[in-house]
Ligand binder design. Structure first.
Ligand code: BG6
Length: 470
């Protein structure tokens, strides 16, 4: 995207990005387009190479055709010259994750690239592969010495992993232990692309720089908080993935719990202090009260869109495509404020937003509220209640609306995956989830999984295109 500027102080070190699963859905839809844009906008380090791996042989020109189609689909345009420049950075190594020798061949390729560039290069391993094989790939990276930096010991390696980080609390703990055996915590970048959305990053900035709100950001003034992520799309053919995962694990455990932390955590004392940001998030997550098993049926709604079972060809599927959960934070600032997290697929519209309600007068009156629109129509809306002109005291809702599009003159902001990649290259882990955050989030959700595990009678259905599920 145009108009992005990486400040000169943020030097990007020479790096090699190894993408495991280069032919997969995520690489095609998100990672490769993001890399193409960064390359086209000249935002990548001069010494930067991409090594794709996959189990099957691959023709790079075929891969580029797929990328071109994707770019045309999303941007309506693909610059052939930029695509050729991008191609020059791209290599392929066939790798069977179960074959140790293949990791040695990869190791050799990385050393060769470094020799060609005559510079030490950081090594970034992006696991764009099914979660079931993460563990074994990470273990092999460790046992074959790929977790080290360059051959001269002057660079480092980092691991980028995609959610879901485990399937429940116990499996997350195991995954974290397997990873820790090969990579230090600061080498592991757990991607939550919602954190890399410009509008999500704006939450802390907004809170820090508007003292108008600082004194009312608490349970004396906020009556409720709703965090909503609805999508119009269904599961888009990701049958195996979705059947295994469902909406709670897919969206709530990661994206929505992270948005909740940004909204309610204490502000770290200094801007740009990654460790302080993570400590504040961990403290907040630790303060969330997990629902009691007996409350799950009243505090949690789960539902499945009509036709889902036909789509996944499983007449008995109990996988939820909609979830709404009500939580509470047991700390001085938020005690007593009901917080709802809602997500659903096949809903009427796509919207992700966070609403803090300051005043709810009655069912027929609009609320006094502040809404962060994470996407689309990115911005912030403050809804005020004013007197309607006339001889009585009728109240009318009036909106004060900030929109990125109008305020910033239509200039684009970095796509979330572009931001993820730049941060990975420069080794800034602020926007990635720590293992403590991952476990703290699972701790909150585990009672729901436990309850669902032995009773599915609460599962409802909703029509495709529903505006809400109640
Ligand atoms: C992913 C989920 O993490 O986020 C998908 O696995 C979901 O199921 C996607 O569709 C939504 O991302 P975005 O950026 O389009 O809101």
């Amino acid at each position: 995207m145009a108009d992005q500027i990486i400040p000169p102080t943020l030097a990007l070190a020479p790096s090699i990005l190894v993408i495991f699963g280069i032919t997969g859905d995520l690489a095609r839809r998100k990672v490769l387009p993001a890399l193409y844009h960064l390359s086209k906008d000249d935002l990548l380090p001069t010494d930067f190479e991409i090594v794709g791996t996959s189990r099957r042989p691959l023709d790079i020109d075929e891969l580029l055709k797929v990328l071109e189609l994707r770019l045309l689909e999303v941007d309506n345009v693909c610059d052939p010259a930029a695509l050729q420049v991008f191609r020059q950075r791209l290599r392929f190594v066939q790798l069977d994750p179960a074959n140790g020798d293949d990791y040695d061949a990869l190791h050799q390729t990385l050393d060769d690239i470094e020799t060609e560039h005559a510079v030490c290069m950081n090594r970034l391993y992006y696991l764009s592969i099914p979660p079931q094989v993460y563990g074994s790939v990470v273990a092999s990276l460790g046992s074959r010495g790929l977790n080290q930096g360059c051959q001269h010991g002057q660079s480092e390696s980092r691991l980028l992993v995609e959610k879901p980080f485990g399937y429940d609390y116990t499996s997350a703990e195991e995954l974290i232990a397997t990873t820790a055996a090969a990579f230090r915590e600061d080498q592991v970048l757990r991607i939550d692309h919602y954190l890399a959305k410009e509008t999500a990053q704006n939450i802390l900035t907004f809170r820090r720089h508007n003292p108008l709100f600082a004194s009312i950001w608490n349970n004396h003034n906020v009556q409720s908080i709703d965090i909503v992520a609805y999508e119009k799309i269904g599961i888009e053919g990701r049958i195996d993935f979705y059947e295994h995962v469902g909406a709670l694990r897919d969206l709530i455990q990661s994206h929505l719990m992270q948005l909740l932390t940004l909204t309610t955590m204490e502000l770290p004392p200094r801007v740009g202090d990654s460790a302080a940001v993570h400590t504040a998030k961990e403290t907040l997550l630790d303060a969330i009260v997990p629902p009691a098993l007996s409350d799950v049926t009243t505090k949690v709604i789960r539902a499945q869109y009509e036709d889902y079972r036909e789509e996944v060809n499983n007449p008995d599927s109990t996988t939820e495509t909609f979830v709404s959960i009500q939580l509470e934070i047991a700390n001085e600032r938020w005690q007593g404020v009901p917080i709802r997290l809602l997500t659903g697929k096949a809903m009427a519209t796509k919207r992700t937003d966070i609403t803090l309600c300051f005043g709810h007068i009655g069912p027929d009156t609009a609320d006094n509220q502040l809404t962060f629109r994470i996407q689309p129509n990115e911005g912030i809306d403050i809804q005020l209640l004013v007197k309607k002109p006339g001889y009585d005291n009728a109240v009318h809702p009036a909106s004060m609306d900030f929109s990125y599009l109008t305020t910033f003159d239509g200039h684009g902001h970095p796509d979330a995956y572009e931001r993820v990649l730049i941060d990975a290259i420069r080794g800034d882990n602020t926007l990635f989830a720590t293992s403590r955050e991952v476990l703290a989030s699972w701790r909150v959700l585990q009672p729901i999984l436990d309850q669902w595990g032995h009773d599915s009678s609460d599962l409802r259905t909703y029509p495709i295109g529903a505006a809400k599920v109640e």
